[in-house]
Write a protein that binds this ligand. Structure first.
Ligand SMILES: [Zn+2]
Length: 469
């Protein structure tokens, strides 16, 4: 017996590991040692990297060894800003995206046939209305949608999810009249010159208000869809996702996501930034969660989307066919901000002092400057190291603002698909000069930022390597 013990002591390495990879191109993302021959994993963490010869010594009888056979192994990717529940549920609704269709006639026919086939009590939810990509896509009027149906509620969500078009059946089902006040948070039930509802629902808080009245996706279906969505992220190469402002389509989203995360097989980690009104601070403090679900911060909206007239740019939108005819903006339109200086300061201070990471949507220079001013004041009064508050999207952030953000310790997350998918149309919306400095990722790197990039899906499709390239 003694002999056997001795033998084990001699052959077993001091720190045997669970898993070893070798035989491929192993990227470390460490500039000092960008490629290694082998890595060892113990307890879910990488514990050693180095030559195949050295790493292989860490094995014992229980170690699983993977020969990569020339393939590349790299760290998992992080989707810095997405909406997993919306992506999961919207994958099932009527697709009218400009990535799929290129004429108004096709899109209206698709909506029409969905309405015709709708079962009683069901809404028709169409997603992807995109007058920027689809050249003849005039926005629909209330009368036009009523002419399709006065019974079936029709809810048409724009690709960037900042605006929707509805018929009167939606107003009826959601109990919205011309007297209904706009919800807090910048959303609006838009009206015509006579003060009558005009079929346009503007910005997130108003959209949420209506979607909550929509018949809920059954819990089991929603769970299945969200699990499938997690698998799609994993397949695309993501191991972590940041969910910024989870939607209420399938019931209270935080409970829903937290419950699903208890399943040990969930293939991605979710870092969650609830909306203000979802965030009961006593129940969901910053850092609450487990390895698959963690509350990180809060999601706020300072302005809206460039493609619905919502971005608070320093200069007005151009007056062109795209902005006036397709986006239906007034001449010399300017986007508005959702907060006054005082209310912004108060809101940011509250979440900053409660320890949350604040992620705030900002596209235009005016929106961005107000945020920078507020954080300057807050961080002077209440310094907090490594707060890493986030500015989301940053379409027209200026070089000075980039530098100012860097000094304040704010991080920038860019929505590069605006350039990839909408780049050709941007000169028609903001002119060539501003189009040329849209989403200035390079300037952020030059200023020393560690930035992130995102797809904001379902706004654009899940595909990290498109975004990176
Ligand atoms: Zn988003």
């Amino acid at each position: 017996m003694k002999k056997v013990v001795n033998l084990l002591l001699i052959t077993a390495p001091l720190f045997a590991v669970d898993l070893i990879f070798f035989g491929g191109y192993i990227l470390t993302m460490d500039d000092n040692q960008p490629v290694v021959e082998a890595i060892a994993v113990e307890g879910g963490r990488i514990t050693a990297i180095g030559t195949e010869q050295n790493i292989i010594k860490l094995r014992d009888w229980r170690t699983k060894i993977v020969n990569l056979q020339g393939k590349t192994l790299m760290p998992g990717l992080i989707e810095a800003h997405c909406h997993p529940i919306a992506t999961a549920v919207l994958s099932q609704v009527v697709n009218i995206s400009g990535f799929t269709y290129n004429s108004r006639a096709e899109i209206m026919a698709t909506i029409g046939s969905a309405v015709k086939n709708a079962s009683p009590g069901k809404w028709v939810l169409a997603f992807g209305w995109d007058p920027v990509l689809v050249k003849d896509l005039r926005n629909p009027t209330l009368a036009e949608l009523d002419s399709i149906s006065t019974e079936v509620p029709i809810f048409i969500l724009t690709q960037m999810m900042h605006q929707a078009f509805v018929n009167n059946a939606v107003y009826k089902a959601a109990e919205i009249t011309r007297e209904t006040p706009d919800p807090p948070g910048g959303g609006m039930f838009l009206k015509d010159d006579n003060g009558n509802l005009n079929g346009v629902i503007y910005e997130f808080s108003a959209l949420q208000h209506i979607l909550k009245k929509m018949p809920k996706t059954p819990q089991g279906t929603a769970e299945l869809l969200l699990n499938l969505q997690y698998a799609k992220y994993a397949k695309a190469g993501y191991t972590s996702i940041a969910a910024l402002g989870p939607v209420d389509i399938a019931g209270y989203p935080l409970n829903f996501m937290a419950n699903l995360s208890r399943n040990a097989d969930v293939p991605v980690r979710s870092f969650v930034y609830p909306l203000k009104k979802q965030l009961d601070q006593s129940k969901w403090p910053s850092g609450y969660g487990n390895d698959h679900f963690r509350i990180k911060g809060v999601k706020l909206y300072m302005d809206g989307s460039p493609y619905t007239g919502g971005a608070a740019f320093a200069e007005p939108y151009l007056n062109t066919e795209v902005t006036l005819k397709r986006m239906k903006l007034q001449p010399n339109h300017r986007g508005k901000v959702n907060y006054s200086e005082a209310s912004l300061l108060q809101t940011l201070t509250k979440y900053h002092n409660a320890g949350y990471q604040i992620a705030i949507h900002a596209q235009g220079e005016i929106a961005i400057q107000m945020i920078l001013n507020a954080f300057t004041e807050i961080l002077e009064k209440y310094p907090r190291s490594n707060h890493r508050h986030r500015l989301e999207h940053n379409a027209l952030i200026t070089n000075n603002q980039i530098i100012q953000a860097q000094k304040l310790g704010l991080t920038l997350s860019f929505f590069m698909d605006h350039v990839y998918y909408y780049g050709n149309q941007l000169p028609q919306i903001v002119g060539p000069d501003r189009a040329a400095r849209f989403m200035p990722l390079g300037s952020a790197f030059a200023a020393g930022h560690k930035t992130s990039i995102h797809t904001d899906n379902p706004a654009t499709p899940v595909d990290p390597f498109r975004v990176i390239s």
